[in-house]
Design a protein around this ligand. Structure first.
Ligand SMILES: [Zn+2]
Ligand SMILES: [Zn+2]
Length: 162
């Protein structure tokens, strides 16, 4: 399998000696993690790194002990009706919560994600000290989260690769 990025670089075919960058590497990891998502509507993955090493990852689902969308056959967001009462935990939130659970500081961290960042996730990212976000937009949301990140001084890289 050859992986071609839209910027024209193909690291394992035309340039056999070119290694993928860390951003390229972790955006691939995000796609693998997303396969674990339990929602019927979207499969989102997130990876958090510090000093170019993976600290945590997350995918969208429900809190531990609750029934998943894939088990009910209907998306729990649709069942709940309103955004406020939906039980879904976003990939970014799960990745951040895992750090809270294990006592890992996020100051200076980078978060990689393959979907539009929502306003709640953006708030959590800013408040937990994440300084960079690499996002592959899926345009199923809007740009409110990204706007908040930018307004808060977070470096945002829009990922256009495969
Ligand atoms: Zn769902
Ligand atoms: Zn979110």
């Amino acid at each position: 399998m050859w992986i071609v990025f839209s910027r024209g670089a193909c690291y394992n075919k035309s340039m056999p000696n070119r290694r993928p960058t860390f951003d390229e590497t972790y955006m691939e990891v995000v796609e693998v993690i997303a396969k674990r998502a339990t929602c019927l509507r979207r499969k989102v993955g997130a990876v958090i790194t510090i000093d170019r090493r993976i600290l945590s990852h997350g995918y969208n689902g429900v809190p531990p002990g609750h029934v998943h969308c894939i088990d009910t056959g209907q998306c729990l967001k649709d069942l709940a009706g309103t955004e406020e009462y939906k039980i879904c935990v976003h990939a970014e939130q799960n990745a951040i919560c895992q750090c809270a659970k294990r006592g890992l500081a996020l100051a200076g961290a980078t978060l990689y994600v393959n979907a539009d960042v929502c306003i709640t996730c953006a708030k959590l990212m800013v408040s937990s000290g994440i300084v960079k976000c690499v996002v592959k937009r899926d345009h199923k949301g809007n740009s409110d989260g990204i706007d908040l990140l930018l307004k808060s001084g977070v470096e945002v890289v829009e990922w256009t690769g495969e």
